[in-house]
Design a protein around this ligand. Structure first.
Ligand code: ASP
Ligand code: MG
Length: 460
């Protein structure tokens, strides 16, 4: 069970977490074939804390010791207040002492960094990691004080990574061994291991982090290494939605997605979860469930490697605004080889990624969502092609495994958008999605029409 920042934001949130863990444990005790072990709890830092800690690092690096110390004092106070959720004073005192030691240490680090006026990625990791190191200690003791026998597991001992600071990759063999040594014994003893997400350490013991939002990744790594029966991502929304709620009036929660569908949706803006982060779990066939810690009764979204076909032909629609289309035309392309390589080399040289690509014999159109280097790109392309750009465009990506099964469905989707002009159109080899580019101003109409036609009936 992984709880994100808003699910451990304050005492009330942690009390909800405790109730959810208690319910899960009871359900597991009654489950047939269940081994009554677990769950393992993975937590993010209290909401906003990672941002604050990175802010402290920036202040220290800029020599602003006073600003950094003020931030640390506020953070210290917040953590001490939240630790009151540990109702048993005998359990709370050692946590508050550990917390004070951690913040004393951070103050020393800040002074050192301010002298150096430079923050290396290694120090950034040391600072950022304390958010999860603290939240996990609070939650472990809070579980115990609520008669659930939590057991804090130091993520720096349990997750072994390479030394790529701020974006470390887990070493699975070493991590499995470390988890067997540190998380399995408490599990076997009927306790509930609590591990900070996002954090690990290199084989040499230096603290690393897995990158922003990395707690989901931690949960997947831990679940995969320990062979969990399910991974639950507890967050503050009901799950993945059939469309962007800011554009479509009443989107619904998608009950069940395949991993491939989730990946396509995330690519174009569905923000709930980055599918790459749950890949270790999916590779082992472990189901991942997205759930709302504020509304435990909501059924959430289940993501599995494969998904049984449903009545519903489409799964969801993702969309992305603020896209620029670049048209590159050259008669030199006609029957010539090497043209595409030259063209894409320009985007590569200016470190700009393209999302949708369509091509005909004499022209190529691509979409770009980061226009910063476009003037330079266009200048370079102009050396061998005619280039035009069009801004304020939007990508619509209609996703559903049903598109593979029903060859007429794609045509039905396009028909439903009616008179909205399509600027680009692409169906990838997976045939799991159909993607098109329209004017941003047409987005509400297009999404609304697709949604009305394919998603309006209520899910049974
Ligand atoms: N606390 C980390 C972050 O904010 C990791 C996470 O919450 O997933 O990026
Ligand atoms: Mg988060």
């Amino acid at each position: 069970m992984k709880f994100g920042g808003t699910s451990v934001a304050d005492q009330a949130a942690i009390e909800r977490l405790i109730a959810l863990v208690r319910a899960e444990r009871q359900a597991e005790g009654q489950r047939e074939g269940g081994d009554a072990r677990g769950p393992v709890v993975v937590v993010s830092a209290l909401s906003g804390v990672t941002d604050r800690l990175l802010g402290v690092a920036a202040q220290a690096g800029a020599g602003d010791v006073e600003g950094a110390r003020t931030s640390l004092q506020e953070l210290r106070k917040r953590h001490i207040t939240v630790s009151e959720v540990i109702t048993d004073a005998a359990l709370r005192e050692p946590v508050v002492a550990a917390l004070n030691r951690e913040f004393d240490e951070l103050e020393r680090v800040v002074h050192a960094l301010a002298v150096l006026q430079e923050v290396s990625p290694r120090w950034l990791d040391t600072l950022a990691a304390s958010g999860e190191i603290l939240s996990s200690q609070i939650v472990a003791a809070a579980l115990t004080s609520h008669k659930l026998l939590g057991s804090w597991v130091d993520a720096r001992k349990a997750i072994v990574t390479d030394s790529e600071h701020t974006a470390a990759a887990p070493l699975f063999q070493e991590t499995t061994a470390a988890l067997m040594a540190h998380a399995d014994p408490p599990l076997a003893a009927g306790r509930i291991p609590v591990i900070g997400g996002f954090v690990g350490a290199s084989a040499g013991g230096v603290t690393t982090t897995l990158g922003r939002g990395g707690s989901d990744f931690s949960a997947a790594i831990i679940g995969a290494c320990l062979g969990a029966s399910e991974i639950q991502i507890w967050t503050d929304v009901d799950g993945m939605l059939t469309a962007d709620p800011r554009i479509v009036k009443s989107p619904q929660v998608v009950p069940h997605l395949s991993f491939a569908e989730a990946s396509e949706l995330a690519y174009f803006g569905a923000k709930v979860l980055h599918p790459a982060t749950i890949q270790p779990a999916v590779a082992r066939n472990i189901p991942v469930r997205i759930l709302n810690s504020h509304r435990a009764q909501a059924r959430g979204t289940l993501i599995t490697g494969q998904r049984p076909p449903t009545e519903r032909p489409l799964t969801a629609v993702a969309s992305k605004k603020g896209v620029t289309v670049v048209d590159i035309t050259s008669t030199r392309m006609l029957m010539a080889h090497g043209f595409l390589r030259r063209l894409f080399e320009v985007f590569e040289r200016f470190k700009t990624s393209v999302d949708v690509v369509t091509t005909s014999e004499v022209s190529v159109s691509v979409t770009v969502d980061d226009p910063r280097r476009l003037p330079a790109i266009i200048e370079a392309l102009s050396g061998f092609a005619e280039v035009a750009r069009e801004e304020a465009m939007a990508i619509v990506c209609v996703v559903g495994d049903g598109l593979q099964r029903d060859p007429a469905l794609a045509a039905g989707v396009l028909a439903s958008v009616g008179d909205v002009p399509l600027r680009m159109l692409s169906q990838a080899a997976s045939r799991r999605n159909i993607t098109f580019v329209i004017r941003e101003s047409d987005l509400p109409a297009a999404l609304g029409r697709i949604h009305d036609k394919f998603f309006s009936e209520v899910i049974a």
